[in-house]
Design a protein around this ligand. Structure first.
Ligand code: GRF
Length: 224
């Protein structure tokens, strides 16, 4: 069923752009109801406005508590008709006040293979640790940071000697395929969660050619 989607972002909005592009290509069955940022200067707001999408900024510093801010966000998303929330570089933890308003309908993308390297510097932490393989994860969100059930992961090589920027660019390129794909699976009602494990219901959709420089599981489907 068509997702009534809200995207929450704090910065550049590269993942937001990938979502917008897949919706307009018809590969993601979603209506982007609103983009909400906690920073007025987030480039994600500009991307949304350029695409004709309602773009709203709410400054968390104007609210006395995390819960008060979360309540204001819930009101804003519900007023705009959203039933599903994609966090895309949103730099705030969500309280139960928010999560209970959208049960099993909040997703996040993280630039490492969880549960390794959670937190705000996932890609840099993995590189500084010296791993030779890192990647990205799309997961459901719960009240613990980067902790909810894993939907899809990509393993991306970390080549010794390359800059963090080059590594991050390679991870971002995978993120921009994984996130729209995970949302498409949700829209197709194919994600089933039990005991922390997310199962993807099979379909006769064609697989995309596997990326040569990454391992993605479950495999991406045609269009992603
Ligand atoms: C991404 O690397 C994502 O994994 C992390 O924050 C970054 C957001 O980038 N959660 P963008 O704003 O989507 O370009």
């Amino acid at each position: 069923m068509t997702l009534q989607l809200a995207v929450l972002a704090s910065g550049n909005g590269g993942n937001l752009q990938a979502i917008i592009d897949h919706i307009s290509r018809g590969t993601l069955d979603a209506s982007l109801r609103v983009v909400l940022c906690n920073r007025e200067d987030a480039y994600a707001l500009t991307r949304a406005r350029k695409a004709g999408i309602t773009a709203i900024s709410l400054d968390h510093r104007s609210y006395a508590t995390r819960e008060a801010f979360d309540e204001a966000m819930v009101r804003c998303l519900q007023d705009n008709g959203a039933d599903t929330v994609a966090l895309a570089g949103f730099m705030r933890m969500l309280s139960p006040v928010f999560l209970e308003a959208f049960p099993q309908r909040v997703l996040n993308i993280h630039p490492a293979i969880l549960p390794a390297f959670p937190g705000v510097h996932g890609a840099a932490d993995a590189r500084n640790w010296g791993v030779t393989i890192t990647g990205c994860t799309v997961h459901f969100v719960d009240a613990i940071m980067d902790h909810g059930e894993v939907i899809v992961q990509a393993a991306v090589p970390a080549n010794p000697g390359e800059s963090l920027e080059v590594l991050q660019n390679r991870i971002h390129a995978m993120e921009h395929r994984l996130y729209p794909q995970a949302l498409a699976w949700l829209a197709q009602n194919r994600l089933c969660v039990a005991d922390r494990v997310v199962r993807l219901a099979p379909s006769d959709r064609k697989r995309a050619p596997a990326p040569v420089d990454a391992l993605v599981w479950p495999p991406l489907e045609e269009g992603f």
